[in-house]
Each structure stands twice: as C-alpha cells, then as structure tokens.
Design a protein around this ligand. Structure first.
Ligand code: URA
Ligand code: CA
Length: 433
C-alpha cells in the first residue's frame, strides 16, 4: 500500500477499507507516514467526509494505538461522561460525586483545558492537595470502594489521536465531523467505561455552531459507541452563553459546591439532572429517568451528594474542609464590578468571547506551557433574559491585577442589552441512536 494512493482515493470521494485506514493510522503513529502526507489526507477527509463504517474503523484504529484501560476489575457498570466543550462548564464536578452518591460507578478520565478556562482536571487542582494523577490500580480501588474517581488522561491513551489532533490544529482540519467524532470516541473507548453519556454543545462557545451539525456529530458518536459495544447516548445542549454563573477554576469549584448543596444556578442544575438521570439509568441503578432524577434530587436534599464530594476530595488527597469553608480556596486580590451601561434585558452573552476575557485574567492557557491562576475568573450576575438596571453589576471580575480595562472592553463588546431577550432553550435534543 502507498499513502499517496490512499490520499488520492479519498480526494476523489471514494470509500476506504478497514485495512487502508489501519495502514494510515499505524503508519502515522510509527512515523512511517509523514506530516505532509497526513495533512493532505486530513484535508481530503475534511472535504469528502467519511461513511459511518470508515469513521468506526478510524476510531477503532486510534483507540488501539496505545494503552487500552481495563476497568473489568471494577464491579458493575462503569459510566463516563464527556462534553464536546463549553465555557464555564462546571457540570462534571457536580455530576461525578452526585451520580456516585446514588450508587452508580463513575470512572472519569478528564483532560486538561486548552481552551479559555481550565478543564475539569485543572479546576479540581484548585483544591489544595487534590491529586489528579493517580495510578491505575489506585483508580480502580477508589471506584470500587467509593464509586467515584477522577483522573487525568493517561499519557499513552490513543497516541494516534494526540498526534493527529496536533496536526489538525495547524492545518485547519479541526472542525470536521468525522475527525471530531473519531477523536473523542477513540479516547472514550480506550478509557474503558461500559456506558458513555455525551454532551454535544452547540452555539458560539462550542465546536458545532449550529444545531444540524451538532445533531450529526451526536448521531455519529452514538453509532460509533454502539458499534464498539458501549451503551452510548447524547444530549444536544446550548452553549450560546456560558453555563452557570462562574467562569474560572476556584470559582467553579464554589459553584459546584453550591450546586451539590442544592443552591446552584438553574441552567447548571438542569444540565446536571438531565445528564445524571441518564447516567444512573445506564448504570442500571434506576429503571426510569424519572426515578433516577428523584434519587438525585433526594441525594442533594439529604446532604449525601455533598458528603460524597468531601469523600472524593479526601480520597484523592485534597483538603475537604474547603467544602464548608470555600474561603480556603485560592482567591483573587481584586474584585471589580462591571456596571451595565444602560437598562434593559440581557439579549446576548457571547460564550467564547467571555471565555477569552476569563483567559486574559489568567484562568486558562493560551499555550500548553502556560500555567493557570486558579484564583481569577468572572462571575455573571446576569444571564440572557434577565432584566438589568443601568449601573447594576453585570459581571464581577475576580483578578490578581488592578488594571482590567482590557478585560472590561471584551466584556462590554460581548454582552448585549436590548429591549427584550429570552432565556435560550438549554437542551435541544436527546439522541439514543
Ligand atoms: N475534542 C477532541 O478530543 N477531539 C476533537 O477533535 C475535538 C474536540
Ligand atoms: Ca460555570
């Protein structure tokens, strides 16, 4: 087989065989295939697309390119959750202990953020002492004993994807549905969970800017999951404005604690209940979504959910006193209000640009090498659909520098106040096949 022939085949819109796709993935992983040939191949996929079968073969080849985690030592059904990305997305930090508190096993592998704010792993590291690098045997033990552990992705999980993703990033081939679907699912499959709940986000703050594309991505990933014998479902959710009120790291931990105590923002709580109910049913801890939701609500009301979060923090070496004393988390030197310039109704909050504003404060990384300032971030006092009076604080900036004019400018440019505005629909669709 010659790579040049396979590039031509895809360029001309033909369908590749499993052997051909294996040849490409193996060859690129072992560096027998060069970056320039792989780049040409990725661009031809971008324009010519792939069939469901091709996407499944690509996913399988990438998932088998490195370590495949065996969670079979953990009793029962292990569920994982994955979001295609958002701004201020605190969901996982609430979901993991909450779902575990009703007896479903959550074996969560998470990435670091290379977006506007930290990823889940970075946010958890805002908790003093919290260890995110835990050895596999320890991970298994924790999930068995405590139903929950959250760890950073092992270094050699789907290395083919790591290499291909880095190349896509610099060849304008990231936003391709077959490439995104195979990239995400290769890691989920290699990380060993039996059931996968996907949150496919749509809107300004997401990869998929419109609903049709999000739907196709969701269907594609669900099909790949089923073909790989994993129970898989997806919800399509709105990411046109950030989720919840807090955007940052420490402040999102506080938001998660509030949520586990039943005082979380409405949109975040709704996401948590919808995704959590699906996870509990997939784990066979409830027969219906309604029953699952009641169990989750009860766990929050009784305090079991927040206790499980304390246990999860202790298990991973963290200081659980932050749950009742959030002032022990890193906090910013300056709190600066951004007042509304006029009265009206908030009609738009551009998620990705608000994410950029948080990053400018230091809440996220511009490059892999940068470090994160856990203390800083933004708090949205108003969300789309809320009334606001001139002079009222629209956003609170938590900063470690006194001059934040640059951040204020980005905020003013990306929050619109109009005559009217409606709260966006949070969950567009639920996809099970
Ligand atoms: N997240 C991934 O892991 N891969 C993609 O291609 C896009 C988002
Ligand atoms: Ca949030």
């Amino acid at each position: 087989m010659r790579m040049v022939d396979l590039i031509k085949k895809k360029r001309d819109g033909k369908t590749l065989t499993k052997e051909e796709i294996d040849f490409i993935v193996d060859g690129y992983t072992s560096e027998d295939i060069t970056d320039y040939q792989m780049s040409a191949f990725l661009m031809s996929v971008y324009f010519q697309d792939m069939t469901d079968e091709e996407i499944t073969w690509l996913t399988t080849a990438m998932s088998q390119s490195g370590d495949v985690i065996d969670l079979s030592d953990i009793e029962g059904i292990k569920v994982d959750k994955h979001s295609t990305g958002g701004v201020g997305d605190t969901t996982t930090i609430v979901l993991a202990p909450l779902v575990a508190s009703v007896g479903a096993s959550v074996a969560k592998m998470s990435g670091r953020g290379l977006g506007h704010t930290g990823g889940t792993i970075d946010k958890l590291e805002a908790i003093p002492g919290f260890q995110v690098e835990i050895p596999n045997d320890q991970f298994t033990k924790l999930v068995n004993e405590s139903h929950v552990a959250v760890t950073g992705q092992s270094g050699n999980l789907a290395p083919a994807d790591k290499k291909i993703y880095a190349l896509r990033d610099v060849t304008a081939t990231v936003d391709s549905i077959p490439l995104i679907a195979s990239s995400i699912m290769s890691k989920k499959i290699a990380s060993g969970a039996d059931a996968i709940v996907l949150d496919v986000t749509t809107g300004d703050g997401a990869f998929m800017k419109n609903l049709d594309d999000a739907e196709r991505l969701a269907h594609t990933m669900v099909r790949i999951g089923h073909l790989a014998n994993r129970q898989t479902m997806a919800i399509i959710s709105d990411m046109s404005q950030p989720l919840g009120n807090a955007i940052g790291n420490s402040n999102e931990i506080i938001e998660a604690i509030d949520s586990l105590k039943g005082n979380g923002p409405e949109d975040l709580m709704e996401m948590v209940y919808v995704l959590g109910s699906q996870m509990v049913v997939l784990a066979k801890k409830a027969d219906t979504l309604e029953e699952a939701r009641n169990m989750l609500e009860e766990s929050i009301n009784s305090g079991a959910a927040v206790d499980k979060f304390k246990e999860m923090i202790r298990n991973q070496g963290g200081d659980d006193s932050i749950v009742d004393h959030p002032e022990l988390l890193p906090h910013a030197k300056y709190t600066i209000e951004v007042p509304a310039k006029k009265s009206g109704v908030v009609s738009k909050i551009v998620a990705d640009q608000i994410g950029v504003a948080a990053m400018m404060l230091g809440a996220g990384r511009r490059t892999k090498e940068e470090s994160i300032d856990y203390a800083v971030g933004l708090y949205l006092n108003k969300k789309v659909g809320d009334e606001v009076v001139e002079g009222e604080p629209l956003v609170t900036i938590q900063a470690n520098r006194e001059d934040v004019k640059d951040v204020m400018t980005v905020i003013y440019d990306n929050i619109e106040i109009g005559e009217s505005g409606e709260e966006p629909v949070l969950i567009h669709k639920i996809i099970t096949e």
